[in-house]
Design a protein around this ligand. Structure first.
Ligand code: 2BA
Length: 109
């Protein structure tokens, strides 16, 4: 048994959950926040048999799109004044960040 933990963008989450559940996967959705952008994203926990991990990852790849996002980052105007001026920075947010974990025990009561 494996646990797939996938951080995806909110815009893709509902379509992805539909496709995963239609394909027979069981999914738990968590509302999460990215540490860098401080913006909402979605983390999905998907418990799967080892042989189904690749299929789950392919399903995630099918739906999740890379997008560019502009964030406002503070920058020191000069090294010594301590004045910060916000400036826009473009970052590319990946389609999905996926962790595949070993599950020692899976119990349903
Ligand atoms: P955030 O932490 O909000 O990061 C959003 C995007 O900002 C990242 O996209 C990356 O392009 C950029 N970014 C993140 N940290 C950066 C830094 N220190 N310097 C410059 N740019 C940076 P992704 O890499 O696709 O990550 C999307 C979201 O997936 C992240 O949102 C975070 O919630 C999660 N994530 C990514 N890698 C992770 C990891 N190793 N552990 C836990 N969560 C992770």
């Amino acid at each position: 048994m494996k646990l797939i933990v996938a951080v995806v963008q909110d815009d893709d989450a509902l379509d992805l959950i539909d496709l995963l559940t239609d394909a027979g996967f069981r999914v738990t959705k968590l509302a999460t926040t990215g540490g860098f952008l401080k913006a909402g994203n979605t983390t999905l926990m998907i418990g799967v048999e080892e042989e189904k991990v690749d299929k789950a990852i392919k399903t995630i790849e099918e739906i999740c799109k890379t997008r560019k996002q502009v964030v406002t980052a503070p920058s020191p105007m000069t090294g010594s004044t301590g004045i910060y001026v916000p400036y826009p920075v473009e970052v590319e947010v990946g389609g999905a960040t996926i962790f595949v974990l070993d599950v020692d025990k899976f119990i349903k009561i």
